[in-house]
Design a protein around this ligand. Structure first.
Ligand code: CTP
Length: 413
């Protein structure tokens, strides 16, 4: 995902520096060329050798490095960088970069660098909340740097509050969002639904299904990586919202219907990966149902079919894609849904197929359109997501609804 990209990590002297080898290692595994620059103070928390072992690159500390090659390194590295992230960024380093000071290797390369810049403050709450630090962060923002807000929590100094560096996986996601893909969907609006719905029986119990949301979340994340403006309407899942995606949390099919129909009008494409309940209890009891002898039965009523509603109220040029999970007659049943719900595409998968189904990281899908069926080999849900987006926006172009359909770039991951 980061093949051919150079990421420069600037590490300043805060205790969170101990987490940055983890980030460097992740980025390296994603294919990036990772260059690390430490401030002198960071060297008190973590050694250059750790980074050198992980990245395969010489870790830089100060401008007047004993190795002559590094005398001009600040300019060469600044030019080569595709992204520069300072993490952790201490109050001192933030003050320096806000005012253009360049008195060591880190701040010198940073000043010379024109690539996207991320600043990740991590410090004691009082230092972070000090108006001087806040003003300096505002200056950084004004100069186009992206400031990643610190998390709140227990800090190394014993205080609790804002100032905790976000975990390396979150920092890596920021870098991926910036660098992983061409922004070929910039300007497009995509609505994705994901996860199951839960239909209440009483205050304690509900009816649901096995959907984990992985496929829908992968589509939302892939679309965001490619620059689309993404709204993700999700039933309850254990997944974190992908970065750069507007998450709208719902529980029931009725709530999903309301949120989807509210946002539908402005979307270029809607991809309905959610496993929406077709039925809900006809009455939701106010109190917990107590058991009694013998059998009980539950009266169910139909929910609204959201995809069918979208098919009937489609905006001109809008692309509609549904999903279909079957255990038998996959193609026939899915083709029927394509016609009945008036959509452009159904992504069909079988619960019987190895590598497909609920909770897996892979999927085996067949794309069904008016033109026919196209079976795809087993691939990760991210690969499916990217190839699906390629097709959605290519076919949208065909319909004349969305101009500038992107090139067929194939799967990136
Ligand atoms: N869907 C929806 N609203 C519903 C039920 C389903 O929007 N109330 C959408 C799903 O998000 C999916 C597609 O319709 O994109 C197919 O859903 P599925 O439940 O597999 O098919 P159904 O049309 O409900 O048909 P059946 O239950 O008979 O398989």
């Amino acid at each position: 995902m980061l093949q051919g990209k150079t990421v420069v990590l600037g590490v300043s002297g805060g205790i969170a520096a101990y987490k940055i080898p983890n980030l460097a290692s992740r980025l390296k595994k994603l294919g990036a060329d990772v260059e690390v620059i430490l401030t002198e103070n960071a060297g008190n928390f973590i050694t250059p050798i750790t980074f050198e072992a992980l990245t395969g690159n010489r870790c830089l500390i100060n401008t007047f490095d004993r190795n002559f090659r590094f005398q001009v390194e600040h300019v060469e590295l600044a030019k080569r960088a595709d992204l520069f992230m300072i993490a952790p960024a201490t109050a001192n380093v933030i003050a320096k970069i806000a005012h253009g000071l360049a008195d060591d290797m880190l701040t010198t390369v940073f000043l010379a660098c024109q690539a996207p810049k991320f600043v990740v403050p991590a410090m004691n709450t009082r230092m972070y909340e000090n108006p001087v630090t806040q003003d300096n962060l505002d200056i950084c923002r004004r100069y186009g740097m992206k400031v990643i807000e610190p998390a709140r929590g227990y800090l190394a100094c014993g205080d609790t509050g804002a100032g905790k560096m976000p975990e390396p996986d979150i920092l890596a996601e920021h870098i991926l969002l910036e660098l992983a893909c061409e922004k070929d969907l910039a300007g497009k609006k995509v609505l994705v639904t994901a996860g199951p719905t839960c239909e209440a029986i009483d205050p304690v119990r509900y009816i649901t299904n096995h959907s984990t949301g992985k496929m829908g979340y992968a589509i939302a994340q892939a679309a965001a990586f490619r620059g689309a403006q993404v709204t993700l309407v999700s039933g309850p899942t254990a997944l974190a919202a992908p970065l750069g995606v507007k998450l709208v949390e719902v529980v029931s099919a009725r709530e999903m219907f309301e949120e989807v129909t509210k946002a539908a009008g402005e979307q270029d494409a809607i991809i309905k990966a959610a496993a929406v309940a077709d039925y809900r209890p006809a009455y939701v009891r106010d109190e917990k149902t107590k058991k009694s002898g013998g059998q009980v039965s539950l009266e169910l009523e139909r929910t609204d079919d959201i995809l069918a509603w979208l098919g009937e109220h489609r905006q001109p040029g809008q692309f509609l894609c549904g999903f279909s999970m079957e255990t038998q007659n996959v193609l026939e049943n899915s083709r029927e849904k394509l016609l009945k719900k008036h959509v452009d595409m159904i992504v069909a998968n079988s619960l019987r197929e190895e590598g497909a189904g609920f909770g897996t990281d892979t999927n085996v899908v067949t794309l069904i359109t008016q033109d026919g069926a196209e079976q795809w080999e087993k691939m990760t849900k991210f690969q499916v997501a990217h190839r699906l987006l390629d097709r959605v926006f290519k076919d949208s172009g065909k319909n004349g609804g969305i101009p500038d359909s992107p090139p067929d770039m194939g799967a990136d991951f």
